[in-house]
Design a protein around this ligand. Structure first.
Ligand SMILES: [Zn+2]
Length: 368
């Protein structure tokens, strides 16, 4: 079945909102048109010339990649490097390219790290480094008789979720005052006459990613011409948005057993790790797909082992002999991400075909 790219992207970004991408990132529709209809997508970690050729051969009009092929500004298109050639090839063939990168890294469920945690059998997932600035508070003032309808609309739009509790709000009754002036069309009262109205102040919290949806629900379900409201930026952490995650193995393992478990569950040939500290049980495990050295200290505070990639020589010392730090390779840590993308799309669009790339785009080989 054919679907518009914008509808497919909406499903993906409902799980990983694009507002969660890091400032250096370039996730989004890189090549193509939002309204273009496609019948199948090729899923991959990296979009290369070989992957574009595979998409052409398999009649996929859309490539969904984890890593954006374009990061910075491009000034010339003369085939001088693989980025230019890949983009040019996709445009010529009418193949669209969409990337979902750090926004997919920064979600607890449905993201890159969740896939690793799932394979390792971790339980009780929590974000390792919550992302700041992701929570808002909305205060809105409404006549008492309209408060129930308004609060339901706010809940339906996704506001009022606190951990495992839904429909959370605080309500205070009070007296509102206003004088409609020239140009107004008041729901209550007359122009030039001050009104005193029994109102309710409703306060709810919401993720910043739902700001537009919640404010639209507020104005759609409020009787006033001008809706008195305040949006506050909060310092509260969103429990499901941020970098890395940690959880627990069902039972503590010896280091040796854990290393073997890691090898098998992530299907690894070999990997690098810090010296064993025998008799150290491994119970709590932190993970970060891709380059995760920036979280070593955080991991050390909560976990016995940390699984990531792109760790430099000196960064291994940052484990301080407390943490079993494992660098399993960038490609190896993220290659199951395409399964996650397929799961999200097939859940929303059961008739839409998603193909996994057969191209091995890992630019690294190991000489054994
Ligand atoms: Zn990556």
């Amino acid at each position: 079945m054919r679907h518009k790219i914008q509808d497919l992207v909406r499903a993906l970004e409902a799980v990983a909102p694009s507002s969660l991408q890091e400032s250096y990132d370039n996730s989004g529709l890189l090549v193509g048109r939002w309204e273009q209809e496609v019948s199948q997508a090729l899923l991959c970690l990296d979009c290369t010339e070989e992957v574009v050729q595979e998409a052409i051969d398999k009649h996929c009009e859309l490539i969904i990649a984890h890593h954006p092929i374009v990061f910075g500004g491009m000034k010339r298109f003369n085939g001088a490097d693989y980025v230019q050639r890949t983009v040019e090839m996709a445009i010529r063939a009418g193949v669209s390219i969409y990337a979902i990168h750090t926004n997919l890294d920064n979600v607890l469920k449905g993201g890159v790290n969740g896939k690793i945690a799932e394979r390792l059998g971790l339980q009780g997932w929590r974000i390792l480094q919550p992302m700041p600035g992701q929570m808002l508070r909305l205060d809105v003032y409404v006549p008492a008789e309209n408060a129930a309808e308004l609060e339901q609309a706010l809940f339906d739009a996704g506001a009022g979720q606190v951990g495992n509790y839904a429909d959370c709000r605080f309500a205070v009754e009070g007296q509102g005052s206003f004088t409609p002036i020239e140009g107004s069309d008041p729901y209550l009262g007359k122009q030039g006459k001050r009104e005193l109205v029994q109102e309710v102040q409703l306060s709810v919290i919401l993720p910043a990613s739902l700001r537009s949806a919640v404010l639209k629900a507020m104005t759609d379900h409020h009787p006033y011409e001008e809706v008195a409201h305040h949006v506050w930026a909060l310092d509260n952490a969103h429990p499901e948005f941020g970098a890395g995650l940690w959880g627990e193995l069902p039972e503590p393992m010896s280091e040796e057993a854990f290393l073997q478990h890691l090898k098998v569950s992530m299907d690894l040939h070999n990997f690098r790790f810090t010296p064993r500290k025998h008799n150290r049980p491994i119970h709590r495990v932190a993970v970060c797909g891709g380059a995760g050295s920036f979280l070593i200290k955080k991991a050390r505070q909560v976990a016995d082992a940390y699984i990531t990639s792109d760790v430099k020589y000196h960064e291994f010392f940052d484990s301080e002999k407390q943490l079993l730090l494992c660098d399993i390779g960038h490609f190896e840590s993220e290659r199951f991400t395409q399964e996650r993308l397929a799961e999200i799309l097939s859940h929303k669009f059961p008739n839409f075909a998603t193909l996994f790339t057969q191209t091995n785009t890992n630019p690294v080989r190991y000489y054994l």
